[in-house]
Design a protein around this ligand. Structure first.
Ligand code: CP
Length: 305
């Protein structure tokens, strides 16, 4: 029985296989429509979500399975003080696999240690979001046809942005990756990620506060929202929330084949005028999210492909 808590638990071969399966699902959806017949996914979301929860649910339905679960902590017995461990022990009698989002870093790992069925981390606090990373990797592969020799700019809230932390971890395994970290000083990438991932793997990285200076060098621009829910002080959030706003004017100096990504939801950080730019990939990410989650559910349930 295997869970997925951190993207680093997957080997490069496994990531390649998941991407191949997702691409095959995109081309041949009917072939997969009964792969999880009789199986149940439980979505335990202690924190808000649109894309992750609904794409997991759509993924299980498109595999012929069923879905149970809750979308807020207040509608579960955690509101009465039940622990994560007891919650997943209970759900293990009703479902075959769990996708869990929780505001506390490490909660899905605690769940996995106490569960008889696989746990998928659907985002834990400011820590990790491995299925968003699989979504991002599928999108990068479909857009760029490769993972090697890419310069990726991460822009915005690099301190709390769990999708950034996971994607840096995943991309660091490929050759000739360069990373440009674009953020206000207060929202820089945590030192532990530089010390445990970027520096040991010899990834070339630079830090800047200027999106305009970075843009011409990039193959991928990964924009992020400033994570209001992680701030202790509303005044700090208000001061930092509009640090970067991507507009068509700022893209004039960008490469013609730049890929503009964002895990969404966005607030102000990408102007809606950019949506018309053919380099905008963020709604392709939304679409790809369902297919890669279908592939992952099958893998963790040991379903023949
Ligand atoms: N990208 C992402 O995790 O979106 P949701 O918060 O809507 O699930």
């Amino acid at each position: 029985m295997r869970s997925l808590i951190d993207i680093q638990e997957l080997s490069t071969d496994e990531i390649d296989r998941l991407i191949d399966t997702a691409n095959d699902i995109i081309d041949n959806p009917q072939r997969y429509s009964e792969k999880c017949k009789g199986k149940k996914l439980a979505t335990l979301f202690f924190e808000p979500s649109t894309r992750t929860r609904l794409s997991f649910e759509a993924a299980m339905y498109d595999l012929g399975g069923h879905v149970i679960g809750f979308s807020e902590a207040q509608s579960s017995s955690s509101a009465k003080g039940e622990s994560v461990a007891d919650t997943v022990r209970t759900v293990g009698y009703y479902a075959d696999i769990i996708a869990m989002r929780h505001p506390k870093e490490g909660a899905p790992m605690v769940a996995a240690m106490n569960s008889r069925i696989p746990i998928i981390n659907a985002g834990d606090g400011g820590h990790n979001h491995p299925t968003q990373t699989l979504t991002d990797l599928l999108t990068i592969k479909r857009e760029k046809k490769r993972f090697d020799s890419l310069t990726i700019g991460f822009c915005g809230d690099l301190k709390f942005g769990r999708t950034v932390h996971s994607l840096i971890g995943a991309m660091s395994r490929y050759e000739n990756i360069k990373v440009v970290l674009i953020s206000p000083d207060e929202l820089k990438l945590p030192e532990y990620i530089k010390q445990t991932i970027l520096e040991p793997k010899g990834i070339e990285y630079t830090e800047t506060t200027s999106l305009e200076e970075a843009i011409p060098t990039l193959d991928i621009l990964y924009m992020t929202r400033v994570q209001r829910e992680r701030f202790f002080n509303e005044q700090d959030y208000i001061r930092l929330k509009d640090s970067y706003i991507l507009t068509p004017e700022k893209l004039v100096t960008a490469k013609k084949n730049l890929s503009i990504m964002h895990p969404l939801p966005r607030v102000n950080e990408i102007s809606v005028a950019v949506d018309k730019d053919e380099r905008a990939c963020y709604f392709k990410q939304v679409e790809n999210g369902k297919f890669i989650r279908m592939a992952l559910i099958m893998m963790l349930l040991g379903v023949e492909q």
